[in-house]
Structures are given as structure tokens and as C-alpha cells.
Design a binder for this molecule. Structure first.
Ligand code: ADP
Length: 287
């Protein structure tokens, strides 16, 4: 099956396909532990003629942290961005296969990409708060999707969940850009949480941060996974090994297409990998 993504405005149909039941605000949804929340089924990704990712079929389990690791350029970020259709914004891209979220293909023709991105939030490499107040950074997304509840409460609970409330509660009207790098990244996590997603994608979220801020983000991830599923791209092997439950190792084929060599429990991948390529990578022999 081939889906060709075009500009998001042209993609957004009137009718919205329900992607899943809305998650409970405070408690993790009841779900059989073995049931994946996300499944890649034979996913290939092309930038024009260039195939950047080939034949990925992996499952992501709920309330776990899954790390995508591998050498630079092997398609980790590309694969991450296929999950919430962030790549749609790039002209000429093409996705083959299926990315199932709660069993629904996010590339299905009736699926609204804006709704996908509301339910599957994203945090980027460089903290990127909007040039707005701390409050408005959080309120922006909910306003866009027409949130009708108590905005003050939503802002507070989002900031609390991102472990930054105590540091900003007295300066909600100040610019988000005035915060430190680590605080900005936690603000961005709060912003992602505010639209009530159940999956959070993190693309090297600590690579621009100092060690202390990095540790704070890792501690926050451990807390967040009680309620959210996290998929993180990281080139930091220590981070993958200490912060994630499962790891998928990717590398490049001769045609430069990235593929998943193996995936499994993080402990297994790092201490007892099945493939020599994985062993060479996690032991620092290449990459
Ligand atoms: P990683 O995250 O593992 O470093 P990326 O997903 O960023 O890898 O990139 C995978 C491949 O896709 C690389 O060869 C990269 O040059 C290419 N690529 C990434 N973004 C684009 C783009 N917007 N247009 C064309 N090629 C791209």
C-alpha cells in the first residue's frame, strides 16, 4: 500500500476518524500489557527518489520508553517523525506500509494529521518555546483544538506533570524564552502534554542540554511513562541504556536506506545482542 503525503491543509478532511478512546486524564488506560500502542508494518520512507528507511516492522508497547539508536543518518529521526506525520510537511516524501496507532493506520485516507499530532506529541532536539509567555506556550495547542475546559487548571497540571510548575508558577506571564535550556525543554514537554496525548516522541531531547538538565529530563521521562508511551531517538548510549525499557537498533544498508537490525529489551540489546552489527555498535566499535 502506498500513501503519498501532501501539504497538511490538503490532507485535513472534514470527517475525523476516531484514533482511539480518549485517555483518562489522571490514570493510565486499561490495556493488556502485550498489546502494542504503535505498530510499524513494512514501513518504507522516501525523500523523493531516496529511500531513507526500509521495511521496518516493529511494535511499541504502551507505558514504556523505547529508544531508537544507530549511527548518524540511519533514519532514526525520519522513522520517529513517521509516527505523527511530521514528515508530511516536507515536499516529495512518500510512505509505504502502515503505522498503526491503537490499530488505526495514521496514513489512512480519513485520518486528520492534526488530530494525529494532538494525540502523539513531539519534543525536539533544541528546546523551541514559542516567543510567548509561559502560560501561552501551554495554552496555545489546546486553544487551537478548541479546548473548552478550565485553561488555568490545564496549564497548571501540564506544568506539574513536566516537573516545572514550582519553578515557573510565579512568572507565568514571562516569556518562555527567558528560561534556561533545561527549563525550556521541560516547558516544551509540558506544551506537548497539554493537548492530552498518550504518546510523546522525543528527538534527541537532551543533546543541547548540560548533564544536570539531562538527568532531570531522564527522571521526568521515568515519571511520565506511568501515563504516557515514550519513543526517544538518542545518540547517547548511556542515556539509551539507563533510561529506556526497550531499544531498536538501526543501521544503513549499502543503498543508505536505514533499517532495524534488532529490537528487544534494552538490557538484552546492550549485554546480549543477537547480531554482530548491534554488538559492534553498542560496544563503540563503529558509529
Ligand atoms: P538520523 O536521525 O538517524 O541521523 P535522519 O532520519 O535524520 O537520520 O536521516 C536519514 C537520511 O535521510 C539521511 O541520509 C538524511 O540525509 C536524509 N534526510 C533527512 N531529512 C531529509 C530531507 N528533509 N530531505 C532529504 N533527505 C533527508
Amino acid at each position: 500500500m502506498t500513501q503519498t503525503a501532501t501539504a497538511p491543509a490538503a490532507d485535513a478532511p472534514e470527517a475525523r476518524v476516531p484514533l482511539s478512546p480518549e485517555p483518562a486524564a489522571e490514570t493510565a488506560p486499561e490495556r493488556a500489557p502485550e498489546e502494542p500502542i504503535l505498530s510499524f508494518r513494512n514501513v518504507h520512507f522516501y525523500y523523493g527518489e531516496f529511500r531513507a528507511v526500509k521495511d521496518v516492522s516493529i511494535d511499541i508497547r504502551p507505558q514504556e520508553i523505547t529508544a531508537l539508536i544507530g549511527p548518524s543518518g540511519c533514519g532514526k529521526s525520519t522513522l520517529l517523525r513517521t509516527i505523527n506525520r511530521m514528515n508530511d510537511l516536507i515536499p516529495g516524501i512518500r510512505v509505504e506500509g502502515e503505522v498503526l496507532y491503537h490499530g488505526v493506520n495514521v496514513y489512512g485516507k480519513d485520518v486528520d494529521p492534526v488530530e494525529v499530532r494532538r494525540r502523539i506529541g513531539m519534543v525536539f532536539q533544541k528546546p523551541n518555546p514559542f516567543p510567548k509567555s509561559i502560560y501561552d506556550n501551554i495554552a496555545f495547542g489546546p486553544r487551537v483544538v478548541g479546548y473548552r475546559g478550565n485553561m488555568d487548571e490545564l496549564v497548571e497540571s501540564s506544568l506539574r506533570r513536566a516537573a516545572i510548575w514550582d519553578e515557573v508558577k510565579d512568572k507565568l506571564k514571562q516569556s518562555g524564552l527567558a528560561l534556561s535550556g533545561g527549563q525550556q525543554q521541560r516547558l516544551c514537554i509540558a506544551r506537548a502534554i497539554a493537548t492530552e496525548p498518550d504518546v510523546i516522541l522525543m528527538d534527541e531531547p537532551c543533546s543541547a542540554l548540560d548533564p544536570r538538565s539531562t538527568l532531570q529530563i531522564e527522571e521526568l521521562m521515568a515519571e511520565l511513562k506511568k501515563n504516557y508511551t515514550i519513543v526517544i531517538v538518542t545518540h547517547n548510549m548511556q542515556q539509551a541504556s539507563r533510561a529506556s525499557d526497550r531499544t531498536a537498533f538501526m543501521t544503513m544498508a549499502d543503498d543508505r536506506a536505514g533499517y532495524v537490525v534488532e529490537q528487544g529489551e534494552t538490557m538484552e540489546i546492550f549485554t546480549n545482542p543477537k547480531h554482530q552489527l548491534t554488538e559492534d555498535y553498542v560496544s563503540g566499535r563503529f558509529g
